[in-house]
Design a protein around this ligand. Structure first.
Ligand code: KMH
Ligand code: ZN
Length: 273
């Protein structure tokens, strides 16, 4: 079993979950920063960031991102901030890529189109390429967001085309209704398809979050947990915050003998900077 230090990403807010679903979903810059501080303290090293208007509406507005990033840097100065370029369904590439203008260390790149509940999360090749080109131009390290098996094949096409360059970091986002489900046979299949030398992690959605985190840790991968993907710490029991889900992932790491990455180790593993 790999004893490589574990990088935990905390997805603290997302674009879909609301205060009506869980009262602890952070919206404002200070709420996001406080949640980031708690998650970092528990062991998260990457904060996957979406931002909201004060009423909870998702936005990719640069000023709203700047305010949140400044606040997070004060509360969790060593954390890697990973901005979302996925935003919310229906947003244009121009909207989605606004946070890249702020020169973040890290961003996401969804590499295909997928049914997303009753909606469709659209990522045509021209859209994927435009986001990837902007990230590369600005020197922002990307994480490949894989919602379905063909997304890895799309990455391989984009490597051939020169849009993406190995070594890449993959995030298998499994369990979205409309995408690939969150069972370990799906994870093992995906692992057999990514280029040699890649790093990888799992973001299980809903009830898949914690079981998949445990499986990923056992396989030597990295994990994402947090309210964006799952609101519950156990069946029917809301998590007190993303930090509680991070704490659970840390418990799995301890059981598996995996140390938690320091901030420097996390940047090294993810090839940031
Ligand atoms: N909100 C989803 C439609 C990302 O952050 O890059 C897309 C998403 C992916 O969350
Ligand atoms: Zn996201």
């Amino acid at each position: 079993m790999s004893k490589e230090p574990l990088v935990i990403t905390a997805a603290i807010c997302g674009a879909e979950v609301t205060r009506e679903m869980s009262p602890v979903v952070p919206y404002t810059a200070s709420e996001l920063a406080e949640e980031a501080r708690r998650c970092f303290k528990e062991g998260a090293r990457v904060i996957h960031l979406h931002v909201r208007r004060p009423d909870g509406t998702p936005t990719q507005d640069g000023d709203v991102f700047r305010e949140a990033m400044d606040a997070i840097r004060k509360q969790a100065p060593e954390a890697v901030i990973q901005v979302s370029t996925g935003g919310a369904v229906g947003m244009s590439v121009e909207e989605r890529t606004q946070p890249l203008d702020l020169d973040p260390e890290f961003c996401t790149l969804s590499t295909g189109t997928v049914n997303f509940g009753d909606d469709v999360f659209v990522n045509t090749f021209p859209m994927i390429e435009a986001i990837a080109r902007k990230a590369r131009e600005r020197g922002v390290r990307m994480e490949m967001e894989i919602f379905d098996a063909g997304f890895v094949d799309n990455v391989n096409l984009l490597i051939k085309k020169g849009v993406l360059a190995a070594p890449l970091h993959f995030d298998f986002v499994l369990g979205v209704p409309g995408g690939m489900t969150g069972t370990t046979d799906r994870l093992d299949f995906l692992l057999s398809t990514i280029p040699q030398g890649s790093t990888w992690m799992v973001a299980g959605v809903g009830r898949f979050e914690l079981p998949l985190a445990r499986e990923a840790i056992a396989r030597g991968g990295h994990v994402r947990v947090g309210l964006e993907d799952n609101l519950f710490i156990s069946k029917g029991v809301l998590a007190k915050g993303s930090w509680e889900l991070v704490r659970e992932a840390v418990r799995y790491a301890r059981e598996a003998g995996r140390p938690i990455a320091t901030p420097a180790q996390a940047r090294d593993i993810l090839k940031i900077g």
